[in-house]
Design a protein around this ligand. Structure first.
Ligand code: B12
Length: 257
């Protein structure tokens, strides 16, 4: 039988900055459109893991420093998830980890806009932070400067509680900072606006370039192939990191000293 406290310490020792546990049957999952049981029949617990981003890199205004930081953080999350599953397996439990970003379901209904499970929702239920106006998980210690992972297991672990108070104080700096005004007053996100800006180096950018080939002459095709946008998409494809914007995160003052 695993002790939750000891287990969390083990996960922290692997490099996690935040760890929390949510009960798979918490009514909050259903309320926010999540179904842990669909990922692992018999699921009892979800382990939420946060690894901090480097605020200096995210706020640098240099997208390559920002992306490289994310690459490293995702590698750490992958490593922690794999090792956590191995520990659980040795204890006789089953577990699956949900990718921190890709792969996601690209099928027509969600079109890549919905994770296998939403890590922010799991993290909020596991008490890591609250959902901020910027629509990110905002923690007391590090603000939104964390990337998240989730492990679903049939091991019973004692659960943490959601925070009583949301660390986001609705200061609106994220709303003002968003270059495409995607954050609405009521806290909803204009996904279309965010995607076209934040994913210009990803699939939406690739589709925009592919469309330029339709009915184009040789000169226009060459123009598209030799454009910096096309080359950036190639770079994103080989590195696996394609976000071009983090302004809603970079503008958040929470957790800075
Ligand atoms: C699809 C996706 C996107 C989409 C959609 C964004 C979104 N709001 O979900 C796009 C491409 C626009 C996007 C952009 C970004 N993303 Co993104 N994205 C994802 C991905 C792959 C799935 C998220 C998902 O399922 N969304 C579905 C929609 C419906 O969820 P939602 O808008 O958040 O709304 C739900 C919750 O907020 C919840 N909820 C609302 N209030 C409350 C209150 C409580 C108490 C609870 C429990 C739940 C809850 O209910 C809502 C309805 O289901 C996740 C990885 C993952 N598997 O979770 C990363 C992820 C959410 N992205 C992340 C980041 C950092 C970004 C960007 C900053 C880009 C960047 N530089 O990396 C921007 C930020 C945009 C923004 N302000 O939201 C991080 C967030 C980390 C954090 N601290 O929160 C994640 C978790 C990746 C990771 N592993 O860390 N992303």
């Amino acid at each position: 039988m695993l002790s939750s406290t000891e287990f969390k310490k083990q996960i922290q020792a692997m490099g996690a900055d935040l760890v929390g546990v949510a009960k798979a049957d918490s009514p909050l999952f259903q309320k926010h459109g999540e179904e842990p049981e669909a990922l692992l029949p018999g699921a009892l617990s979800l382990i939420s893991i946060g690894v901090t981003l480097n605020r200096a890199a995210v706020c640098s205004g240099n997208i390559r420093l920002n992306r490289y930081d994310s690459m490293c953080v995702y590698e750490r999350l992958n490593h922690i998830s794999l090792e956590t599953i191995r520990i659980l397996s040795r204890e006789g439990a089953r577990a699956v980890s949900v990718s921190p970003y890709l792969p996601v379901n690209m099928a027509s209904e969600s079109k890549g806009m919905k994770g296998e499970i939403n890590h922010k929702t799991v993290a909020a239920i596991a008490g890591l932070g609250g959902i901020g106006l910027n629509r990110l998980l905002v923690t007391t210690e590090f603000g939104p400067f964390v990337r998240l992972g989730t492990i679903v297991t049939d091991a019973f672990l004692s659960a943490d509680q959601p925070l009583d108070e949301n660390p986001c104080d609705q200061c609106e700096l994220c709303r003002t900072a968003c270059p495409v005004e995607a954050i609405q007053e009521d806290g909803t996100l204009d996904y279309r606006a965010c995607v076209s800006n934040a994913l210009s180096g990803g699939l939406p950018g690739a589709i925009a370039i592919a469309k330029k080939f339709i009915g184009a002459d040789e000169k226009e095709i060459k123009g598209a192939i030799y454009s910096s946008d096309f080359w950036d998409i190639w770079q994103s494809a080989v590195s696996g990191i394609f976000y071009s914007c983090s302004e809603c995160m970079a503008s958040c003052p929470i957790g800075s000293d």
